[in-house]
Design a protein around this ligand. Structure first.
Ligand code: CA
Length: 230
């Protein structure tokens, strides 16, 4: 059972009911809003923990609603959209969406993404700053700035460490090239995705047993990368 309440912002009644059914079956509480205005009222007055947001709403573009909510809330927001353009995904993720699901999708996939988002936000809210971060065979010691795989120390550069830390703090989430570059190189990063690709290749060589069959890092072509979690 979960204690989270999820708001489904979707004007297609069939999709909305399908999602609600899947969520309730899984033990979540669910509410529905067919447009942005109703959604905003519910977000402001009810105890909502996570948003599933359709971009094509009758009264407002979902992107605008996303930006509005992000001004004052860190709640997880997963975009659920028929728009399949890479640029749309990049824009949504850069505007603060936690994830992006393209219609049609399966209930299993939706629930998996929701579990990641919920787990991530619970960690952010409740746990004190950790000293160690772990995922699969990897362990980061944040005090000593060391990285271990199966207990063996990995020698990583400063930038590789920063990049890995970003992934470990955002397990399961897609990180866009723009987001990563901004975090690693600050505001004036330009659009040097070439440098990022090289950095990523170096990190993969050190971490993946077989870079052709990645167990840690997935490339979301044209968008960015996602670190798989256990
Ligand atoms: Ca719609």
């Amino acid at each position: 059972m979960y204690h989270e309440t999820i708001l489904i912002i979707e004007d297609d009644v069939q999709i909305s009911s399908f999602i609600r059914y899947a969520l309730e079956l899984e033990g979540f509480k669910a509410e529905e809003a067919p447009d942005a205005e109703t959604a905003m009222k519910k977000i402001l007055s009810d105890q909502i923990d996570l948003l599933l947001l359709d971009l094509g709403l009758p009264d407002m573009d979902g992107m605008e609603l996303l930006k509005e909510v992000r001004k004052w809330s860190e709640m997880p927001i997963i975009i659920v959209s028929a728009r399949d353009q890479d640029q749309e995904k990049v824009n949504a993720l850069d505007a603060g969406a936690d994830d992006y699901l393209t219609k049609p999708f399966s209930a299993a996939e939706l629930l998996a993404r929701i579990r990641v988002a919920v787990r991530h936000s619970n960690k952010m809210n409740r746990e004190p700053a950790p000293v160690f971060l772990e995922n699969k065979d990897l362990k980061m010691d944040l005090e000593k700035h060391l990285v271990y795989k199966k207990g063996e120390e990995l020698h990583v550069t400063r930038k590789e460490y920063d990049l890995l830390l970003l992934f470990m703090e955002n397990l399961g989430k897609v990180l866009t090239y723009g987001f990563i570059l901004k975090k690693l190189y600050g505001k004036n990063y330009g659009s040097d995705t070439q440098a990022l690709r090289a950095l990523m290749a170096g990190l993969r060589r050190k971490i993946e047993d077989n870079p052709a069959k990645p167990e840690y890092f997935l490339t979301e072509i044209g968008i960015g990368y996602r670190m798989l979690e256990k």
